[in-house]
Design a binder for this molecule. Structure first.
Ligand SMILES: *Cc1c(COP(=O)(O)O)cnc(C)c1O
Length: 441
């Protein structure tokens, strides 16, 4: 490479950083918008290297500099990704950073960064916010992996202890917070699998009064709920679910203040930087192409879930769906959700016993072609699982009972493939077969 080329590259780099003035800074901060779709549309649009409408993938693990001094300044934290200076892709990567900006826009936070999985986002943020011996107050109804992390892994490895509480009981939450010791209040916006809706503004109020950081897992309700816009400090996601939508990628994100995200990238103290749950740039590109239609998908998931919930209830099944009037937090959700995206894409049907739940799912899959027996959610096909014996099996029977997880609870992530009436007729037929079997046996 000749000196000339070097000069051009160097000046381009300098120009770009000089260009970074107030206007760009404002663009990065545009996430003040109240509607997630509006915020996404006004987030910075990155073009490709050759003028492509899509960004180029920055697949490099490492980044070159023109002057050795630049390297020193990058490591000293004087030059960073905000001015287009990158060191190494376990630290900031341009393509992952672009997806992260979209995540920040979606959740209305100042910053965000994406990780290799939802669990790594959750673990990293808890380790960042809690020191050895710290205390967490958490909902007793959590994703099984998070529950295990809090009840087994963190106590053993870091003596971080957790008091599990009923999040719908604000007094219980308040009483569990130990001022000065409790670092984090952790809950899911819509809980897995019971679909309990958290009163985010009230819970934030209780926690903030005592200086506690509120971390909300919004995996079940992207677009539908915006926890940070309702007062939460940090929003974590398993991108593997609705945001991906393809059931083909494992990914996560931490959305919060720039100070937190930068702390998580700190060369000496950062949980993402030092534990290294890095997202690959190619994966980040793939995901950033799916975020623009997340809103459309969520609307369809929610609309169909509501109609299925109504009809299943009408045929006499015990249905749990926050969009139904009889759901204990229906009015709450109605008052805090982003109206256009409905009440979410998950419904639960309580079949009372595991045996009946299994028969129900098996009929729906094998006689009705209605959906698949599989864990996870947010796919275009309907996915069904019996929570007690699968994704919540980490909980003891007592914990499951307290969390309200009946042994026959079938969680259904409603897909949007096919026509609605086609899917309903498959469901209806499978139910009729199930009914006949029940009478024969
Ligand atoms: C799936 C899930 C997680 C874990 O995410 P991964 O991407 O599988 O690591 C965390 N929280 C909730 C609510 C989930 O559904």
């Amino acid at each position: 490479m000749g000196d000339n080329t070097s000069y051009v590259l160097a000046s381009q780099k300098r120009n770009r950083s000089d260009d970074f003035d107030g206007a760009d800074a404002k663009k990065l901060m545009v996430q003040g918008e109240a509607d997630p779709a509006a915020a996404l549309a006004s987030a910075r649009h990155e073009f490709g290297e050759h003028g492509g409408v899509n960004m180029s993938i920055e697949a490099s693990a490492t980044f070159t500099v023109m002057e050795p001094e630049t390297m020193r300044r990058m490591f000293a934290g004087e030059l960073g990704p905000d001015r287009d200076f990158f060191i190494y892709s376990r630290h900031f990567n341009p393509t992952v950073l672009n997806l992260s900006r979209l995540m920040a826009a979606l959740e209305g936070t100042e910053a965000a960064y994406c990780t290799a999985s939802g669990m790594s986002a959750i673990a990293a943020v808890l380790l960042q916010l809690c020191s050895h011996g710290g205390h967490v107050v958490a909902s007793r109804t959590l994703y099984g992996g998070t529950h295990a992390l809090l009840s087994h892994f963190l106590p053993r490895t870091c003596q971080i202890s957790t008091s599990f509480v009923e999040v719908t009981d604000l007094e219980m939450v308040d009483a569990a917070i130990v001022e000065g010791k409790t670092k984090v209040l952790y809950f899911e916006s819509v809980s897995n699998p019971t679909l309990t809706v958290a009163n985010i503004p009230e819970l934030c109020h209780v926690a903030h009064r005592k200086g506690v950081t509120v971390v909300v897992d919004n995996t079940f309700a992207p677009m539908v709920l915006s926890p940070a816009r309702l007062g939460a400090d940090v929003v974590v996601h398993s991108i593997s679910k609705f945001i991906s939508g393809g059931a083909d990628i494992i990914a996560g994100a931490v959305c919060g203040r720039a100070e937190l995200v930068n702390a998580m990238m700190d060369l000496q103290q950062g949980a993402i930087m030092l534990l290294g749950p890095t997202m690959n740039a190619k994966v980040a590109f793939e995901l950033s192409e799916r975020i623009p239609h997340l809103g459309l998908r969520m609307k369809e998931h929610s609309e169909r879930a509501l109609e299925f919930a109504r009809r299943l209830k009408n045929v006499g099944l015990r249905v749990i769906y926050p969009g139904l009037e009889d759901h204990p937090q229906h009015q709450l959700l109605k008052s805090i959700h982003n109206k256009e995206y409905g009440y979410g894409g998950l419904i639960c049907v309580d079949m009372e016993t595991e045996e009946r739940a299994n028969r129900f799912m098996s009929h729906l899959q094998n006689h009705g072609q209605f959906g698949f027996m599989a864990v996870s959610l947010g796919y275009y096909e309907t996915l069904m699982s019996c929570s007690g014996s699968s994704t919540s099996s980490e909980l003891t029977s007592e914990e499951k009972h307290l969390a309200g997880i009946s042994p026959g609870l079938v969680r259904m992530s409603i897909g949007y493939i096919g026509t609605f009436e086609q899917k309903w007729s498959q469901l209806h037929k499978a139910l009729a077969t199930l009914h006949d079997c029940a009478y024969k046996s």
